[in-house]
Design a protein around this ligand. Sequence first.
Ligand code: AMP
Length: 286
Amino acid sequence: MEIVNEIEPLREKISLWKKQGLKIGFVPTMGYLHEGHLSLVRESKKRCQVTVVSIFVNPKQFGPSEDYNLYPRDLERDRRLLEQEGVNLLYYPSVEAMYPEGYRTYVEVELLQDKLCGQSRPGHFRGVCTVVLKLFNLVQPDEAYFGWKDAQQVIIIKKMVEDLNLPVKVVPLPLVRDHDGLALSSRNTYLNPEERKAALVLKKSLDLAEKLILAGERDTGRIKEKIKELIQSEPLARIDYVEIVDLKTLESLEQLDREALVALAVFIGRTRLIDNLRVVSGGIEK
Ligand code: AMP
């Protein structure tokens, strides 16, 4: 596996692969990799001749009082994991390479960026879209893989790709959970053992929502109430939001009468965790 830090050698490598007509798969990440990330890498390996992974903790998607400096980093471990998966190239740029002095250009996906996580993390999706578009321009992938763990991110990136006519296919893949149901996240490392147990309340509340929906409940107000009650019964948990929204527009729904996203953001101690389930025509996915 080649590790590239600079833009020029990356462009050279990509242009060589393009000339050879190879299909390029791309997995953008912030590193500190886990099985969720690796599931995306494996799908890329299956579907493409060349797989590129990026690791970049993007300062532009963190708010001023968020965890940019604290965010876990372990390049050596990540490198080993990606090597084992047979990744062809790891792009690991510096902040200066991505945002040189005087950087001025940003991408915004109106309306969608202000819903759900956008409310408590203003500017977050502007940072995400900007870095993802830059990475798409550099890597020029045929396909890019994103996890449903970050459902709003999937929906926004798809919209950006559609609106800007980007020549890349966005492939969303299932959320990967730990053995006890907790959604895998690099931020889980912030949890102490007591908090780690308390964090299970997110998945439990989604299980409850699933049960209600499968039993025929369609009133989103009642479903949200039950979810909130369960989360509030956990002393270490503090709700940021519990929402049920249209899966495409992210508009709030009163009735579950179309494809929908049940989305949660919950603080466990000082750590903000997210989780979700999707109600789609084939059933429930979580
Ligand atoms: P991150 O490093 O958190 O920016 O995530 C990089 C990519 O991995 C994003 O597309 C995430 O949605 C995806 N991802 C993170 N956690 C999971 C998970 N538990 N299951 C599936 N995909 C995930």
